[in-house]
Design a protein around this ligand. Structure first.
Ligand SMILES: O=C[C@H](O)COP(=O)(O)O
Length: 248
């Protein structure tokens, strides 16, 4: 880890309950105070089940690209912020693959989040085929360009999540060296938009992070934390992952 403040984010996806929220709060409240920022992104219906705490922040898993109006089922950035979300995950591969979140939508959502004073966690990652064809960096460059080329000013307000799609929910994580190589590429690539912001931006890793593999990942110089799916549904394991970031 680095001088950048570590961020460990839980993405519950469409899982969890108010009972899990209570357990999660209790477990996290026992962690010693530290510089690590802990974030929980439950389904928005559970945001209010988390009491206000200085141990963690709350976030959402998606946001509308629109401000308001006749968009049935959507939730605006202002509404999420009013419900207590200070972060929002944007462009997760599941959104891109299953719900049609294109690069254009990812850019629009990123702008909306920042306008509502939330921090977007903008997700990027390659498929297994793209990795096998050695296209990882090319694919990432294209997707990064789609958000930041015309709007480099967004970078200083963003967190980047690198999530190789082949490692999500599969139990197969990128090795620390593989992940570090991509994180270093992303940081270097982003320098062309804003050199200072690229040095400061937190780039977190997601894809089968667990209590066993997290320490080696977080020890890498360009890995500034994790976006944790399955393991974040087990409060004790998630707390162990948060502790591991403190030690790295
Ligand atoms: O947002 C989280 C990622 O999709 C990783 O999920 P996972 O930890 O279950 O592989």
């Amino acid at each position: 880890m680095t001088q950048r403040r570590p961020l460990i984010a839980a993405n519950w996806k469409m899982n969890g309950s108010c009972e899990l929220a209570v357990q999660c709060c209790e477990t996290l409240s026992q962690l010693p105070a530290s510089n690590t920022e802990i974030l929980i992104c439950p389904p928005v219906i559970f945001l209010n089940d988390f009491p206000k705490s200085d141990r963690y922040q709350l976030g959402a898993q998606n946001v509308s690209s629109e401000v308001s109006g006749a968009f049935t089922g959507e939730i605006s950035a202002d509404m999420l912020a009013a419900a207590g979300a200070s972060y929002v995950i944007i462009g997760h591969s599941e959104r891109r693959a299953l719900f049609g979140d294109t690069d254009t939508l990812v850019l629009a959502k990123t702008k909306r989040a920042i306008a509502a004073k939330m921090t977007p966690i903008v997700c990027f990652g390659e498929t297994l085929t793209e990795r096998q064809q050695e296209k990882t960096m090319q694919v990432l460059a294209q997707h990064l360009d789609a958000v930041y080329a015309a709007h480099p000013e967004l970078l200083q307000h963003s967190v980047i999540a690198y999530e190789p799609i082949w490692a999500i929910g599969t139990g197969e994580t990128a090795s620390p060296a593989q992940a570090q190589a991509v994180h270093a590429f992303i940081r270097t690539y982003l320098k062309k938009y804003d050199d200072a912001a690229a040095s400061k931006v937190r780039i977190i890793y997601g894809g089968s992070v667990n209590a066993e593999n997290c320490a080696a990942l977080f020890a890498q110089p360009d890995i500034d934390g994790g976006l944790v799916g399955g393991a974040s549904l087990k409060p004790a394991e998630f707390a162990a992952i948060c502790l591991s970031a403190q030690d790295s």
